[in-house]
Write a new protein. Structure first.
Length: 348
């Protein structure tokens, strides 16, 4: 038997193709029928050819679904359970997982690549996915409410990543925050900063639709300018010293410099943009700018954020502004590549 899955054949060449039906290979595996997946900004790096990639490549690392089969060693899940899959695979028990860093799991791997046993962990933009280390990786969603599906799907990556930026920058009640990046992660960083009590949140954005979304998610101010003009505009809004915290959600040299320049002396930078640039370390050193961040440990944040989604306190699914059938996945990539969409939700 076969199922449909997304394949990146070459730069800007995406197609849906038949692949073998995923099945349990290890006692710790599960198989999940995907009910929704999505396209991530980081998927655009191999799509555009800006990241080293071995073609063809199975792609997609964010999905929710329903368990259809489990291995004999799986203890926390059963067929029929609705689940959320974070973007990294982890066992939940290693020394790094116990410290809250499942993305550094000693047995970990990532979707669309071989797991530690050498068997492919299917890409998430597909009809079915084999999930290695199911107990440590998957989180029971607690609901199959269709109305909550976009919110649950956002927890698989972008909401947890935006939250990681805010946590890494030490965002706390009453603070001022600047967010650099108006993609899905930047939008979720706005939401995360407000959730943690930030009093004012400035988003750097030049796109009216994205500005409107950021305001809907809690941004109090928008700055369109860049470079020195952008830094001056932030300081005019927040005071001459600048922001208490900056959340960098792009990863370029320019965006990092923008974030650092907007900070007050002693401020803190949260970095979650995939780094394709260099930090201005001299300026940071001279002004005592602290920083943290990295690959977001989304699996560690999931229980906390899921509780808020289920209670109705958190709605990160608003970042999805285009929904397509999986059959139109190539159009979804074009829409995000051309910035016609913030984030695309795919339904098989």
């Amino acid at each position: 038997m076969s199922v449909l899955a997304t394949l990146l054949d070459a730069v800007r060449t995406i197609r849906l193709t038949e692949v073998p039906d995923p099945e349990v290979h290890s006692p710790t595996d599960a198989v999940v029928r995907v009910t929704a997946s999505c396209i991530c900004g980081s998927d655009l790096h191999p799509y555009r050819g800006t990241a080293p990639t071995a073609f063809p490549k199975r792609i997609g690392h964010e999905f929710v679904g329903v368990v259809t089969a489990v291995g004999s060693a799986v203890q926390t899940l059963a067929p029929g359970d609705a689940v959320i899959a974070p973007f990294g695979i982890s066992d939940g028990t290693c020394r790094h997982c116990r410290r809250g860093l499942p993305t550094s799991c000693v047995q970990g791997s990532f979707w669309g690549a071989p797991d530690r046993s050498g068997v492919l962990a299917d890409g998430g933009q597909a009809e079915f996915v084999r999930v290695p280390l199911a107990d440590g990786t998957l989180v029971a969603a607690g609901t199959e409410d269709p109305a909550l599906l976009p919110d649950l799907l956002a927890l698989s990556d972008v909401m947890g990543t935006g939250h990681h930026a805010a946590v890494s920058a030490g965002v706390a009640a009453g603070q001022t925050v600047v967010v650099v990046g108006d993609g899905a992660v930047g939008q979720c960083a706005v939401l995360a900063a407000r959730r943690l009590g930030a009093e004012r949140v400035v988003v750097m954005s030049r796109t009216p639709q994205r500005q409107e979304l950021a305001r809907d998610l809690g941004a109090t101010d928008v700055v369109e300018a860049r470079g020195d003009d952008g830094i001056a505009a932030v300081r005019e809004l927040l005071g001459a010293d600048g922001a208490d915290a900056a959340l960098e959600c792009v990863g370029s040299t320019e965006s990092m410099s923008q974030a650092v320049g907007a900070l007050r002396p002693g401020g803190r930078l949260g970095l979650v943009g995939a780094p394709f640039g260099q930090l201005p370390l001299g300026a940071m050193f001279g002004r005592n700018i602290g920083f943290g961040g990295g690959v977001a440990p989304v699996r560690a944040y999931l229980p906390e954020l899921l509780a808020d989604v289920l209670s109705g306190a958190l709605h990160p699914g608003r970042v999805f502004d285009l929904e397509l059938p999986l059959a139109d996945v190539a159009e979804g990539y074009r829409a995000m590549d051309e910035r016609r969409a913030v984030k695309v939700l795919l339904r098989p």
